[in-house]
Design a protein around this ligand. Structure first.
Ligand code: SF4
Ligand code: SF4
Length: 221
C-alpha cells in the first residue's frame, strides 16, 4: 500500500490562504489505513477548517481516489458541493491528488506527504521493502530486496560496515545483506554470493512509468 503522513495543519492552512470554500476528498483505502485520510481524519479536518472560518462545501471519502474515472464520477455525483468550492483539499497520496487535478480546473492542494510503498507489519507499523525499481531481482536474493533493504542499495554486498546484523548507517536498522545471507544459507544457496552483479538497469524505472494492458485479440498475445 501507499504510505502517507499528514502535513502539519499550519502548512495546510497556508495552502488554502485566500480560499474560503473548500471541498475535502479522503481515500477509503491506503489513506484510511494510514489514518491520514479516512472518516475520522476528514471529519477532524473539516472541523478544524471551519474553526478557522473556512466553509467546507462537501467532504467525501471513497475507494481509489487514484482511479481517475472513478474520481470524475464522484465529482459528478457531488456536483453542487464541488461547484461551490474555490479549491480541493485531498487527504491521500500524490496519485490521488493528481487524480483530482484531472477532475477540476480549480486549485487542488495536498494534505499529506507520500512517503513509500509499504508493507503493513502490524497496526500503524509500515515498512518499505520494495522501491519499485522496475526490474525485480528478488529471485537472486532469497526474496529480500537489496535495492531497498540495504541502505546503500548495493547489489554486491555486504559493504563491510555491517555490525552484528545491524547497518553501519543506523544501528536500529537490520543490515539488508545480513538478512539476505541468512536467508540464502537457510535455502542452501550461499553459492549465489559468488556471483558478481553488473550494473542494474535503472532505466527500467524511468519516470513517468506507464503500462497499458492490451486485450487478447487487440494486438496482444
Ligand atoms: S528488486 Fe526492485 S521490484 Fe524487486 S523488490 Fe526490490 S525494488 Fe522492488
Ligand atoms: S551495513 Fe548492510 S545494509 Fe548497511 S549499507 Fe552495509 S550492506 Fe547495506
Amino acid at each position: 500500500m501507499i504510505i502517507t503522513t499528514s502535513k502539519p495543519f499550519e502548512e495546510v492552512l497556508k495552502e488554502l490562504e485566500g480560499e474560503e470554500k473548500v471541498f475535502i476528498v479522503g481515500c477509503g483505502l491506503c489513506a484510511t489505513t494510514c489514518e491520514t485520510g479516512g472518516e475520522e481524519q476528514v471529519a477532524e479536518m473539516k472541523a478544524r477548517l471551519e474553526a478557522e472560518g473556512k466553509t467546507v462545501t462537501g467532504a467525501i471519502i471513497y475507494d481509489e481516489v487514484c482511479h481517475e474515472l472513478n474520481t470524475k464520477r464522484k465529482f459528478r455525483e457531488n456536483k453542487d458541493a464541488v461547484e461551490a468550492a474555490d479549491s480541493f483539499l485531498v487527504m491521500c497520496c500524490g496519485a490521488g491528488v493528481q487524480s483530482v487535478r484531472e477532475s477540476t480546473e480549480r486549485a487542488v492542494h495536498p494534505a499529506c506527504n507520500t512517503v513509500f510503498l509499504g508493507n503493513i507489519q502490524r497496526h500503524g507499523h509500515f515498512m518499505e521493502k520494495c522501491s519499485l525499481c522496475g526490474e525485480c531481482v528478488l529471485e537472486d536474493f532469497g526474496a529480500i530486496c537489496p535495492v531497498t533493504r540495504c541502505h546503500k542499495g548495493i547489489l554486491n554486498g555486504p559493504c563491510g560496515g555491517t555490525d552484528e546484523g545491524k547497518c553501519e548507517t543506523d544501528k536500529e536498522k537490520d543490515c539488508g545483506w545480513t538478512l539476505i545471507y541468512n536467508q540464502l544459507e537457510k535455502m542452501g544457496k550461499l553459492d549465489r554470493f559468488r556471483k558478481i552483479y553488473g550494473l542494474k538497469n535503472w532505466q527500467a524505472n524511468m519516470k513517468p512509468g506507464r503500462v497499458i494492458f492490451e486485450k487478447k485479440g487487440e494486438g496482444g498475445e
